[in-house]
Design a protein around this ligand. Structure first.
Ligand code: ADP
Length: 537
């Protein structure tokens, strides 16, 4: 702006004064492109066709006063008023009439020395005012167009602003909200009960919306995402809504105000509630079905065992072959049911951990000894390596046994005859590090991110290896319950390495968050596994 030229309109009828302006502009080389008008009428006609950066007007003009000129100036053009000595009252009037500043005339024209600075200030002031107005307008636009309900309240809880979204939400028009106390403005069902309180200038005690705003106003601290239920009376009927509100303290014209953003979250809340109920029913269903399957399965297993043993009569080799198939599938079904029950318990947060001070070396050794038989049966070498410095640690021994069994049995399952499976336990950086490695078939890279998902099994065409797809999800959840983590590295046809990290200083047992949305797939996966297990031989 500093280097710019200003378009200036000088309204002055006195020729000597006009000369004084010209002299001042020329000698000081002021960057003004000026036009002179000698009367109100002339000024009006010039102002009607041209835009000026500033208007400087004398008070006494042949056909009126400088105040008349002010009345014809476009609202945004700054004006400087020039009055005679002793005319301060007129100067005040001029300021009230929209002038930015005034100069008191001096017979020697000394007042013009202040002209450049006064003009500069008036233009700067105007630019600032424009900017503030623009910002104000933008804020107002944001306020009005916000998709959530917006309220602006003053220090007396009087509504000063409301947007369409709030008006729609509360079922009230703008005019019945603005200018009213918040309690009256809301068509709240408690309004009638609290009429007395409101008359006494209290705020409604039962209304979380009003109470929250009041607290913010008094404390001058914001409130964020307060969720509550509010019953509005919309078109004569009660409408219960779930609302989420954030309130911000603000200062407007030196006074405390609050701005509240209110969102209708009824749909989300209802959906959450519905999901919770459905999840509960499904989880109940899965566990009931699993329990109910167990009993007949045990009976079947015993019956098949009795026949197999020959206790029910002689059994031919062919019959024994089919009995073997039946036995194998009964065992698979039993494993699946146990896995589903375990996973379901872990997922719903109903798995209680028995956290005790335990010796990981001992635990690993006992699992190793148990699994040795299976490894040998498959012609595999199963080794165990325990570091010397293993400290005792707090963990649920049964659950960590389950983790080790699942990982070692996978390693055995997915490693062909002649391969090696190794278990190694170390203590590093305040963590127990358990590594289960194998020289088996490995896991293709693209499947690695999915193997911890429930019922996910890497497709292995041509070599169908039985399993439920729940082993790793169970391992993952148990490890997470111990605040630990599990990592996997694998290379196809070279082997896999699963590493479990268990923190030693477990402060508290974290709750595993419920994965509610996964219940559907748990159910589907369970049912399809039951079906495919039954079909398989
Ligand atoms: P399951 O073993 O019952 O199929 P898991 O959840 O334990 O289910 O494992 C998921 C999948 O991850 C397995 O189907 C298998 O393809 C792959 N996997 C797990 N451990 C290994 C391993 N040690 N070597 C190769 N693949 C493995």
């Amino acid at each position: 702006m500093e280097n710019e030229r200003y378009k200036v309109l000088i309204v002055e009828d006195d020729k000597i004064d006009q000369m004084a302006y010209k002299r001042m502009i020329d000698t000081e080389k002021l960057p003004y492109e000026y036009t002179i008008a000698e009367s109100v009428m002339e000024a009006r006609s010039i102002l009607g066709t041209q835009r000026f950066d500033i208007v400087i007007t004398d008070y006494n003009l042949p056909d009126g006063t400088g105040l008349d000129v002010l009345g014809s100036i476009e609202k945004n053009t700054p004006a400087i008023f020039v009055t005679g000595t002793g005319d301060e009252e007129i100067a005040v009037k001029a300021l009230k009439g929209g002038a930015c500043d005034y100069l008191i005339k001096d017979p020697q024209h000394d007042h013009l020395k202040a002209l450049p600075l006064t003009v500069q200030n008036a233009i700067k002031q105007k630019a600032l005012k424009d900017m503030i107005e623009r910002k104000q307008k933008n804020l107002e636009a944001l306020f009005n167009a916000a998709p959530v309900g917006m309220l602006l309240l003053d220090e007396n809880m009087m509504v000063k602003g409301v947007n369409d979204a709030f008006s729609k939400l509360s079922g009230n028009g703008h005019s019945s909200i603005i200018g009213h106390k918040i309690c009256d403005a809301l068509s709240c069902i408690n309004s009638a009960d609290n009429q007395k309180l409101r008359q006494d200038n209290h705020v409604c005690e039962v209304c979380p919306l009003v109470k929250t705003i009041k607290v913010v106003l008094d404390s001058e601290k914001p409130a964020r995402k307060v969720e509550f239920q509010h019953t509005f009376e919309i078109s004569g009927s009660e409408t219960k809504l779930w609302l989420c509100m954030s309130v911000e303290p603000v200062v407007i014209d030196g006074r405390k105000h609050t701005v509240a953003a209110i969102e209708d979250i009824t749909e989300r809340k209802n959906a959450e509630q519905q999901l919770k109920e459905t999840t509960e029913i499904k989880s109940q269903f899965v566990s009931t079905v699993s329990h109910e399957l167990r009993t007949p399965l045990t009976c079947m297993k015993e019956a098949v065992g009795v026949i197999w043993d020959g206790a029910a009569g002689e059994v031919t080799d062919k019959q024994r072959h089919f009995l073997d198939i039946a036995k194998r599938n009964i065992d698979r079904l039993a494993v699946l049911i146990n896995d589903v029950l375990d996973f379901q318990k872990l997922e719903s947060g109903r798995m209680n951990l028995n956290m005790q001070l335990n010796d990981i070396g001992q635990v690993a050794k006992s699992v190793h000894d148990t699994m040795l038989l299976f490894a040998k049966k498959k012609g595999l070498d199963l080794s165990l390596e325990l570091a010397d410095n293993l400290p005792k640690a707090v963990f649920d021994s049964d659950k960590i046994v389950q983790v080790l069994i699942n990982l070692i049995s996978n390693a055995i399952k997915f490693t062909p005859e002649g391969g090696q499976v190794s278990v190694c336990v170390e203590y590093q950086c305040e963590e127990l590090v358990i590594r289960i490695g194998d020289t088996g078939m490995g896991i293709p890279k693209e499947h690695l991110p999915k193997i911890f998902e429930q019922f996910y099994r890497v497709p292995r065409p041509g070599s169908e290896i039985p399993g439920t797809g729940l082993g790793l999800p169970i391992v993952n959840k148990i490890v997470a319950l111990h605040s630990g983590r599990i990592e996997v590295e694998s290379e196809v046809d070279r082997g896999s390495l699963f590493t479990v990290f268990l923190p030693l200083n477990l402060k508290s047992v974290p709750e595993v968050p419920q994965m509610e949305t996964k219940q559907d797939s748990l159910l589907e996966g369970f049912l399809s596994s039951v079906t495919s297990t039954n079909k398989a031989n």
